[in-house]
Design a protein around this ligand. Structure first.
Ligand code: KIV
Length: 266
């Protein structure tokens, strides 16, 4: 259990970068998991639109709705006592121009209780990021592989355009983003960007030199049914454990050993 109880803020994340302390971010979509991660000391809980793949069985994040994000964001924000809660802007709400993105982001913050939103895009989103920040809405910019543009990018591939990555990250920072999340980029590019930025970078498939790391919690726990990307470290195999427990339960129901006398009322 974590002992540090002071809530994580933009200022504390910035201090962590300055001190060279790595930031931990994990996805959370529900109250129970968010409570466990928060108590374990995870700094940032991301209500990611990956919930479309993990919880809803979609192949991409594109079908996820604003209603889904608000529903799950609320559950996670209710659980978090220390961690910062960040909610993704679902497709296409972050791509509809300054006014619409501002309205939707304000709604997400008001109705979930989160502390920040995550928006896919860099240089092309600079005006929108600046408008959100000046309205008091903290923003993490998501650059490199942008999953909501998976079809335009030709699939989930490593993004190797160094100029674009640097331009996006610098533009997002200049517009006021308090952090830049880089997905699926070569480690030397991620390192270069991390060294150039004053704000913390969070990597996923971006190597060890980022200021922090994020993973989809279900992937990390071995609860993913489909393909697991190369950059995931599976620290346990919950699928196997759940299957084993269910097999035992089924057997004990079938052979009559469950419930026992102790598990029954006289
Ligand atoms: O939606 C999400 O969970 C994400 C992670 C892949 C970082 O953006």
């Amino acid at each position: 259990m974590a002992t540090e109880k002071r809530p994580v803020t933009i200022a504390s994340l910035s201090k962590m970068k300055k001190r060279g302390e790595r930031i931990t971010m994990l996805t959370a979509y529900d109250f129970t998991m968010a409570t466990i991660l928060d108590q374990a000391g995870v700094d940032v809980l991301l209500v990611g639109d990956t919930l479309g793949m993990v919880l809803q069985g979609h192949l991409t994040t594109i079908p996820v709705t604003l209603r889904d994000m608000i529903y799950h964001g609320r559950l996670v924000a209710k659980a978090a006592k220390r961690a910062m809660v960040v909610v993704d802007l679902p497709f296409p709400h972050g791509q509809l121009g300054v006014q619409k993105t501002l309205q939707v982001s304000a709604r997400i913050m008001k109705q979930t209780g989160c502390q920040a939103v995550k928006l896919e895009g860099g240089a092309e989103q600079a005006e929108t990021i600046a408008a959100l920040v000046s309205a008091g809405i903290p923003v993490i910019a998501h650059v490199g592989l942008r999953p909501q543009s998976v079809h335009a990018l030709g699939g989930y591939r490593v993004q190797r355009d160094a100029d674009r990555l640097e331009r996006d990250a610098l533009a997002a920072q200049a517009a006021g983003a308090f952090s830049v999340l880089m997905e699926c980029v070569p480690r030397d590019l991620a390192k270069q960007v991390t060294e150039r930025l004053n704000v913390p970078t969070i990597g996923i498939g971006a190597g060890p030199e980022c200021d922090g790391q994020v993973l989809v919690t279900h992937d990390m726990l071995g609860l993913t049914l489909g393909h697991v990307p190369k950059f995931v470290r599976q620290l346990t195999n919950l699928t196997g454990q759940v299957q084993q427990a269910v097999a035992e339960y089924r057997q004990s129901v079938r052979d009559g050993s469950f419930p026992s006398a102790e598990e029954s009322f006289e």
